[in-house]
Design a protein around this ligand. Structure first.
Ligand code: GDP
Ligand code: IMO
Ligand code: MG
Length: 431
């Protein structure tokens, strides 16, 4: 048996949650492999909308097992809120959710450190989600992290040592922020935050905390299939994204190997998911960003506001140079195009096929996309048809099919699924 991987090819929010939920009936297990509550994965069905942050998006599909893998960083407080919301929606997840003992914990002081880091950076801030992601992964790599398995044994001492170390760091960052005319982070609410956090640690102990690498490999041995769910997008990958404006994990396909204990030889299909246009939240370069009326229209029609922070998403045309790069990095075998319906009303659709850098044309993604990049666009006629009424391939208008064929040629990869609305049902398979 193989594990298939579904991941975002742009700067996140491509619609991963919707598609994992849609594909889950074909699998036995759904496994998140990296990221944490910086993710906001939206699912819609039966007239209801749900946003998942740490719990995998296969949780609504019957009795499938869902795993939070070792590559994830987990905030127990946000996890409890998410689990409580699911319980209110009638989902009893206790038996269906497994959590890796090797996943790292996000402490209250990680969240404060995230804010203090940003304040100290001043204008150069990353625009993080403020969920403590960077500090938690920093502790993991610097071998200071606390793991879920630690809560089962002598936890208080380990916790106190970590929070004291963090407090020293926050004080130093606060000095730097003040020197930068930024606001220092207040520690006044820490006792309250810690109290809430410790209660959530007790709650977490009631879940099935497991050695997930063994579970993953035993599942294969038993003939079970796994769908691995990525968070964020490849352009936010800590190695290959628009560094330093990235997240702190490997969001690409390789992250599924380290984040689950999955051997590379086990990887089957790699579903690469992208929007028919492009968005980004937070700071950092975005060559095809639109600052005009078209960008405003895309944001309004596509409801491009963050699922986690509510921040406005920056909008622009599709960037095929970046997509070719992320398809290469991930070894994508099948593409999934989302939010096609958002472009329904536009008479002309633009697609960036190359960059002009200091007068030279390139189709390859460069070391840095910071400055001096002029996107070169190809213009295609819009379909000006309401795609949300289409339910099968034959319903799709000719101009839209033309856009798809153009993308498949440019990206040298088949587009197998088209999404034409947020609902689970608004999804079309292509032959
Ligand atoms: P994720 O983080 O990749 O799971 O994506 P998000 O949930 O953050 O953002 C995707 C947004 O687009 C959500 O609000 C979805 O409900 C919505 N969405 C997904 N697919 C479609 C689609 O095909 N058309 C439209 N109009 N909205 C979609
Ligand atoms: P999903 O899974 C979009 C962005 C943040 C910021 C940068 C670093 O819903 O697609 P972090 O908090 O990770 O340290 O922030 O990464 N970012 C996302 N943008 N979708 C996400 O997740 C994101 N997760 C992080 O806005 O620019
Ligand atoms: Mg999202």
């Amino acid at each position: 048996m193989k594990a298939d991987i579904l991941l975002g090819l742009q700067w996140g929010d491509e619609g991963k949650g919707k598609m994992v939920d849609f594909l889950t009936p074909q699998y036995d297990v759904v496994a998140r492999f990296q990221g944490g509550p910086n993710a906001g994965h939206t699912l819609e069905f039966g007239g209801q909308k749900y946003v998942l942050r740490s719990i995998p998006s296969g949780i609504f599909q019957g009795d499938k097992l869902n795993l939070i893998g070792n590559g994830v960083v987990l905030d127990p407080v946000l996890f409890q809120k998410e689990a409580d919301e699911l319980a209110e929606a009638g989902q009893d997840i206790r038996e269906r959710l497994l959590i890796s003992k090797k996943a790292h914990l996000i402490l209250p002081t990680h969240r404060l450190l995230d804010k203090a880091n940003e304040a100290a950076k001043g204008k150069a801030k990353i625009g993080t989600t403020g969920k403590g992601i960077g500090p938690a992964y920093t502790d993991k790599v610097s071998r200071n992290g606390l793991r879920i398995g630690d809560i089962l044994d002598h936890f208080d001492d380990k916790y106190t040592a970590a929070r004291n170390r963090h407090l020293d760091m926050i004080r130093a960052l606060n000095d730097a922020a003040q020197a930068n005319n930024g606001s220092p982070v207040s520690l006044d609410s820490l006792a309250e935050l810690e109290d809430e956090w410790m209660k959530s640690i007790d709650y977490l102990r009631r879940f099935r905390l497991i050695d997930s690498e063994h579970f993953v490999n035993q599942s294969f041995a038993a003939g079970q299939s796994i769908l691995c769910e990525g968070a964020q997008g490849s352009l936010l990958d800590v190695d290959f994204g628009s560094y330093p404006f990235v997240t702190s994990s490997n969001t690409i396909c390789a992250g599924a190997c380290t984040g689950l204990g999955l051997a590379p030889t086990r990887i089957g299909e790699v579903y690469g998911i992208f929007k028919a246009y492009c968005t980004r939240v937070g700071s950092g370069p975005f060559p095809t960003e639109l600052f005009d009326e078209t960008g405003t229209q895309i944001r309004a029609i596509g409801h491009e506001y963050g699922a986690v922070t509510g921040r406005e998403r920056r909008c622009g045309w599709i960037d095929l140079v970046a997509l070719r790069y992320t398809i290469m990095l991930n070894g994508v075998t099948q593409l999934i195009m989302m939010k096609s319906d958002v472009l329904d009303s536009f008479p002309v659709i633009k697609a960036c096929t190359a960059y002009r850098i200091n007068g030279t044309l390139t189709r390859d993604f460069p070391f840095s996309i910071d400055n001096d990049i002029e996107p070169v666009y190809e213009e295609l006629p819009g379909w000006q048809t309401d795609l949300s009424h289409c339910t099968k391939q034959e319903d799709l208008p000719a101009a839209f099919c033309n856009y798809i064929s153009f993308l498949e040629r440019e990206l040298a990869t088949p587009i197998r699924i088209i999404s034409v609305g947020p609902d689970r049902e608004a999804t079309i398979w292509r032959q």
